[in-house]
Write a protein that binds this ligand. Structure first.
Ligand code: SAH
Length: 226
């Protein structure tokens, strides 16, 4: 059925609109209840963020391979992390790990300003093109090492890390606004990782575990090739 998608246009065919609504319904069944989050996910054409051979799986609720050996997250995980982040329309958000740009596009529908950092130049360039084709001028993609955060645009109301960290990088905690929230998968590469939500309160950091996840690792430095 997904062969009926129009691959050139961001406007959905009726078949694609149906697939997108079906995915939103599936996420609701999985426990994601925030309407703003569900509708933001439904508005983003996920096929745009995939290579041509995988576009037929765009609205399956699964993680999929993208360029540079990386992964676009499972939609349920995008929903869970975005819901936990509790993004308000006036917020400035930082994402570490642009990957395909899908999560950044979802955030672009929810926040005032989104900055996303990627260590592969190829991925950063592709994501930038996709986001501009989708007319999301409030999302900026930066090429570099996200472990350092983005000091020139700090502080951020919300920070989301979409690669697994052994330890939360200090720079990210420092660049989080007072009262801000940060969501990050913590744990070893290839092992059990916990999704953790941190909140910076006047009494210090409050931490909440949101469950087990599996992400590609957060690696130091910008990638030297690609
Ligand atoms: N959010 C993405 C999926 C991310 S996959 C999406 O919606 O498609 C994780 C990404 O984090 C990969 O692209 C990887 O290259 C990137 N990454 C890993 N370490 C990084 C770092 N230190 N700085 C920036 N990006 C990093």
């Amino acid at each position: 059925m997904n062969d009926d998608f129009d691959h050139e246009s961001p406007e959905p065919t009726p078949q694609e609109a149906e697939a997108r609504a079906g995915l939103a319904l599936e996420l609701r069944k999985q426990g994601i209840r925030d309407r703003r989050v569900l509708s933001a996910i439904e508005r983003v054409p996920r096929r745009f963020f995939l290579t041509a051979n995988l576009q037929k799986h765009a609205y399956d609720n699964t993680a999929l391979p993208i360029e540079c050996g990386q992964t676009i997250s499972q939609p349920t995980v995008v929903g869970m992390m975005t819901e936990a982040l509790d993004v308000k329309p006036e917020h400035r958000v930082l994402e570490i790990g642009t990957g395909s740009g899908f999560q950044a596009a979802v955030l672009g529908h929810l926040a005032d300003e989104v900055h996303s950092v990627e260590r592969y130049r190829t991925l950063a360039d592709l994501a930038r093109d996709r986001l501009s084709a989708l007319k999301l001028p409030n999302v900026t993609v930066h090429f570099g090492d996200g472990m350092l955060g983005l000091a020139e645009h700090a502080p951020f109301d919300r920070i989301i890390v979409t690669a697994a960290a052994d330890k939360v990088p200090q720079a990210l905690m420092e660049q989080l606004e007072d009262g801000g929230k940060l969501v990050v998968p913590v744990g070893p590469s290839g092992g059990i990782q916990e999704l953790v939500l941190y909140e910076k309160t006047p009494n210090g950091l409050v931490e909440r575990n949101l469950g087990a996840v599996r992400f590609v690792p957060l690696l130091p430095g910008a990638a030297s090739s690609l």
